[in-house]
Write a protein that binds this ligand. Sequence first.
Ligand code: EPU
Length: 433
Amino acid sequence: MDRYIIEGGRRLHGRARVKGAKNAALPMIAAALLMDPGHTLTLHNVPDLSDIQVMLALLEALGCTVQRDKETVFITVTDNRPIRAPYEIVSTMRASICVLGPLIARRQQAHVSLPGGCAIGVRPVNLHLRGLETMGAKIRVDHGYIIANAKRLHGGVVYLGGEFGSTVTGTANILMAATLARGTTEIEYAALEPEVQELARLLVRMGARIDGIGSYRLTIHGVEHLHSTEATVMPDRIEAGTFMAAAAITRGDVTVENVRFEDMVAVVEVLKAMGCRVDFDSYNVRVRGPKRIKPVDVTTLPYPGFPTDLQSQFMACLAVASGISVVTEKIYPDRFMHVPELGRMGAQIRKQDAAAIIVGVKELHGAPVMASDLRAGAGLIIAGLAAKGFTEISRIYHVDRGYDRVEKRFNAIGARIHRVAEKVEQRKTRKAE
Ligand code: EPU
């Protein structure tokens, strides 16, 4: 696996284009399992990421053939008998849980490895399971696998509120399952995230009957079959926000292309409060960073609030603000693995329960640091872009899960990020962990 070496302190300037959204594409790919053999789902603007490759490999294991032509993916169901999502795949990517709903709905059975915890916290799937049980699925956990059966799911009222709000992939799972259930399903407290709305719109194109898209209450009238269709994956709002944070921290002037304003309202508010100038023009947004970032208090919340997936990138910005900021995490109370790494670069951050108190410093300095997960890695890149000297980020395979060749796109707007292949001895050490 590779490392990044970032030569910091360079002002970013130019245009960067956002790719398709990983978190929209993943459940959309899983939706192919709802079709009968012979049907094809064609998705355009699918980013070339390791998480996407994992999901496509999982669909192949579940009886689909997959073809890729640049950013278009064709998924054809050839055999609808396989029902097992093995530990080897699910343990590498939690979003694999999105096959559970479609498998039970279309194939009446599913054996899906229970996803474990991960670097950002505990991440249970109790709400997914409770919802499917409400719809008539018999579910037990056996040797680490969710074993689910249902002759045919039936409609019902499924409440998806949990301690931290609704669940994004849980809503996706119940929504997909309900499209083929007998009767009407009402999802109460559905996740509002644009990626969920995008999935719902895809399902409608496949023949599903869904009312209330974009609201807390989704009403799904079950149908007998879903069919071939094609759709384009929405732009990645988290990638857009990452480029915007890079513009802010480098006093840059970056136009981020292929952004939907309505997805970014909370993020733009924070950028403005930080002193950035932000101008939208149709699907482009120009962000000009201030001389010195102003301190801001940020709380992550379910959409339309500020996204947890941008928390670390904005914390990196606030680390060089002209005062004290507080970042509160309301989705994943333990998602602070980047805090000690930012500390190694000279940031002054104290974690207190689910919040971090950030005392802005004049500048960060380069240091060897480690990406513990995808977004933590992105936060370290943002910090490295502004830091004095060289920042070396290891374990960037986490970053590759969610950003397609991001160093090339940063370098095209003035950054200096080198990707260095990991030495053989390091590879051996990691294997032994
Ligand atoms: N939760 C429960 N029970 C459940 C499900 C979730 O208590 O059954 C809790 C979680 O522990 C968490 C909160 O509810 O505290 C929200 O979790 P959610 O289920 O919404 O998260 P997710 O669906 O597993 C998706 C994204 C994440 C993103 C979150 C929150 C995908 C594939 N993943 O995860 O993206 O952080 O929503 O917006 O869509 C990332 O891209 O880096 C990433 C982690």
